[in-house]
Design a protein around this ligand. Structure first.
Ligand code: FUB
Length: 484
């Protein structure tokens, strides 16, 4: 067959679109689209995270149309494999491609997926990257079967050492709890568990309550560690914490062991949804989602990962949310987005979203091209501190990171003033003065990229960068951090 030039171009573009792509390493580790509800697994020598996908125009409610997968050899660098299944592929589903889970048995991958907030289906594939195909032509579990008034969601599968597969899920409707006068922060549901038959397409037991679990909200997950079964779950209503309970049987009864993630894990997120896995180094990892990338929009979330530790008595410590995640480099565009960082202002307030600054007009943008860089967009949006010229204020950045040695690159350009000495400021990294009196126009005016590189040693889990006003308020375009 002969191809025209246009067809060849079209095929090349299609091939490029279908090619797996590298995504980020710092938290959140997917930043080109909104992803939520990570379910992590180890298949075929790699780690795989199945996610849901929040549409960028979601407003006031979830808008979720497909499921996606990312893989990694080491849980640090991720490859995007795109969509594994779309709502359009399921004849009996109308909406709500909510939190799925995937399990492998005898070379076949089974994806358990909730739709319409009230039905769980199952789809199969011969590859972890899909495509997954609806296996039953209808649901495996419905709210009617589950005896739940409104919702049956969040399937999570677990294969025990004897090969028995269990499926846990959540139910009921937190919004109904609010509508019926319930306190959403105390809204309680009852998690369920059911055994699956060896064919993975049929139930092999009655649907049972998971007992002994306190303040269950949604998003169950099961893992086994040192012979103990850990049931972990979103607890204590909306703006969920994550709790854990243990048992010597996957069916319970469970003993409550408290929260392993508090609301600060993702303070601006209405929901939280996690999964856990042991990494290549024997370290345990905790996947979850946050809303910082969307500046606090509850329905546009982003997946993140941090380390998880056990106490000597087998309980799990509170997970510490970090900027770097488990990767070794991170970048913050201080003007455009607030992905993966928080900021403590001059008055000691902890800001979790960029909007607090832009509302006060402390962003300067330019469409001019920037000299000395091939990445204009980093420098075209600059962050200014919220001071005035008569009451100048610093910019303080406090990144939660692991202890160790770091290289810090600060990116600047003076895109506002046109004369030398108009804006000067000092730079402290980890409380040490690393630069005195940076005359930003002299070094980076006008519209010229400037990168300053410093080293820092972190001993207390926080990497602090402070820009202190001299003549006028400080400005910055981006911060790059690399673990040495
Ligand atoms: O993503 C939609 C729903 O929000 C999930 O099913 C819940 O676990 C919560 O994360």
């Amino acid at each position: 067959m002969r191809y025209s030039m246009a067809m060849k171009c079209g095929l090349l573009i299609l091939a490029w679109l279908l090619m797996p792509r590298m995504v980020g390493a710092a938290n959140p580790f997917v930043t080109d689209i909104y992803t939520a509800d990570p379910a992590v697994h180890y298949f075929e020598g790699k780690y795989w995270v199945y996610t849901t996908h929040d549409e960028p125009d979601a407003l006031g409610d979830f808008k979720m149309l497909d499921w996606r997968v990312y893989s990694s050899p080491d849980l640090k660098e991720w490859t995007d494999h795109g969509v594994v299944m779309h709502l359009d592929d399921i004849a009996w589903a109308e909406e709500g491609a909510w939190a799925p889970d995937v399990v492998e048995k005898d070379g076949i991958y089974y994806m358990y997926f909730p739709v319409d907030r009230s039905k769980i289906g199952v789809a199969t594939s011969t590859s972890p990257t899909g495509p997954f195909v609806d296996a039953l032509g209808g649901p495996l579990v419905t709210s009617e079967m589950d005896n739940a008034p409104h919702m049956t969601i969040d399937p999570a599968t677990f294969i025990d050492d004897d090969g028995q597969v269990y499926m846990y899920f959540g139910n009921d409707d937190p919004i109904a709890g609010v509508a019926h006068g319930g306190n959403p922060l105390e809204n309680r549901q009852t998690p369920r568990v059911v055994k699956l038959k060896p064919n993975m397409l049929e139930l092999d037991s009655a649907i049972l309550d998971v007992t002994g679990v306190d303040n269950f909200f949604e998003a169950p997950w099961m893992h086994k560690h040192n012979g103990t079964y850990y049931f972990t779950y979103a607890c204590n209503g909306i703006f969920s914490e994550i709790c854990h309970a243990t048992s010597d049987s996957p069916l319970g009864p469970f003993q409550r062991r408290g929260a392993i993630a508090d609301r600060l894990l993702s303070p601006l997120s209405l929901t939280n949804h996690h999964s856990t896995i042991e990494g290549p180094d024997g370290q345990w990892y905790f996947f979850y989602h946050t809303t910082e990338l969307s500046k606090g929009n509850w329905h546009r979330r982003s997946v993140a990962v941090d380390k998880m530790f056990y106490n000597a008595d087998g309980s799990i410590q509170k997970v510490r949310r970090t900027f770097m995640g488990v990767g070794d480099k991170g970048f913050v565009n201080t003007g455009e987005t607030s992905a993966g960082y928080h900021h403590v202002d001059n008055d000691g307030n902890l800001w979790h979203k960029d909007r607090n600054f832009s509302d006060r007009g402390n962003i300067h943008t330019t469409s001019d091209s920037i000299r000395g860089t091939d990445n204009d967009s980093i420098y075209q949006v600059q962050r200014f501190s919220q001071g005035t010229w008569w009451s100048k204020k610093p910019l303080n950045y406090h990144f939660l990171v692991d202890n160790g040695n770091y290289e810090v690159k600060l990116h600047f350009a003076e895109t506002f003033f046109f004369w030398n000495n108009a804006r000067t400021f000092d730079i402290d990294v980890e409380g040490q003065r690393v630069y005195n009196d940076l005359d930003i126009h002299r070094e980076a005016g006008h519209d010229r990229a400037l990168v300053k590189t410093f080293n820092a040693t972190v001993n207390d889990g926080e990497l602090n960068i402070d820009l202190l006003p001299g003549r006028n308020n400080p400005t910055i375009a981006g911060i790059e951090i690399r673990k040495l």
